[in-house]
Design a protein around this ligand. Structure first.
Ligand code: ADP
Ligand code: MG
Length: 240
């Protein structure tokens, strides 16, 4: 589903992605771990082309990532992204936040988009809030709306960049529960998170990054019980 071959990226002198070579099959849930500044967000952002790469190749279902134009809009609807800051439209209702993509990009009728969006809001447990504005919702509710908004585009892949880091602790699990159910339904997901409980429970695979490189690429059980690198051991000793 996602293929990255020899991907390199610099920010000036900083080598932020070093020779990234990964294949992510359909339905796999990949959790990306690593210290702050190791390149996790940049990795996600290159997958939906929010950041260009210097060299190498990224393919989604075999298709090279487009450089610009209409193809880029299509790519963005195939590869959804959920950010730490929920980025909802403040002056649109919850329902309008979810229907806008399908109407504008997917060219769905308003009626079809609303029907589908209500179903998605129900699935993430916030249908009762449909006529409110984002500021009237809790952070956990807003993040669930953001997930529904991504799902409304019918993505092939969902990227999550620290989706619970901005939330009050009591709201973390309501968002993680939605992510766990998506994982169980077979969504292909790349998740940057510090939630080790989620990583152990939902991940099929752990990528551990340090200094822009993927240092470990393994299953959660091996990673948490027998990390191979000093960097990963050091990281785990600080968070567990
Ligand atoms: P992580 O998500 O693992 O914390 P990032 O991918 O955000 O790491 O950042 C990796 C490195 O790249 C950091 O040193 C960061 O300061 C740097 N960086 C990120 N974005 C930019 C940018 N737009 N311009 C310059 N440097 C950046
Ligand atoms: Mg980051």
């Amino acid at each position: 589903m996602i293929s990255m071959r020899n991907v390199q990226k610099h920010f000036g002198d900083l080598h932020v992605l070093r020779d990234i070579d990964i294949e992510i099959p359909r339905g796999q849930v990949v959790v990306v771990l690593g210290p702050s500044g190791s390149g996790k967000s940049t990795l996600c952002r290159t997958i939906n082309r929010l950041e260009p790469i210097d060299s190498g190749e990224i393919r989604i279902e075999g298709q090279l990532l487009p450089e610009e134009g209409r193809d880029l809009a299509r790519l963005r609807s195939d590869v959804g992204m959920v950010f730490q800051s929920f980025n909802l439209f403040a002056h649109k209702t919850i329902l309008q936040n979810v229907t806008i993509g399908p109407i504008k990009v997917r060219k769905q009728s308003k009626a079809d988009a609303e029907k589908q969006s209500l179903g998605l809001l129900e699935r993430v447990g916030v249908e009762a809030q449909k006529d409110k504005y984002p500021a009237q919702l809790s952070g956990g509710q807003q993040q669930r709306v953001a997930i529904a908004r991504s799902l409304a585009m019918g993505p092939k892949v969902l990227l999550f960049d620290e989706p619970t880091s901005a939330l009050d602790p009591e709201m973390v699990s309501e968002v993680l529960d939605v992510m766990v159910s998506l994982a169980k339904e077979g969504m292909t997901m790349v998740v940057v998170t510090h939630e080790m409980g989620f990583a152990r429970k939902a991940a099929d695979r752990i990528l551990f990054m340090a200094d822009g490189a993927i240092v470990e690429d393994t299953d959660p059980e091996s990673f948490f019980t027998a990390p191979e690198s000093d960097r990963a051991r050091d990281f785990l000793s600080k968070i567990l």
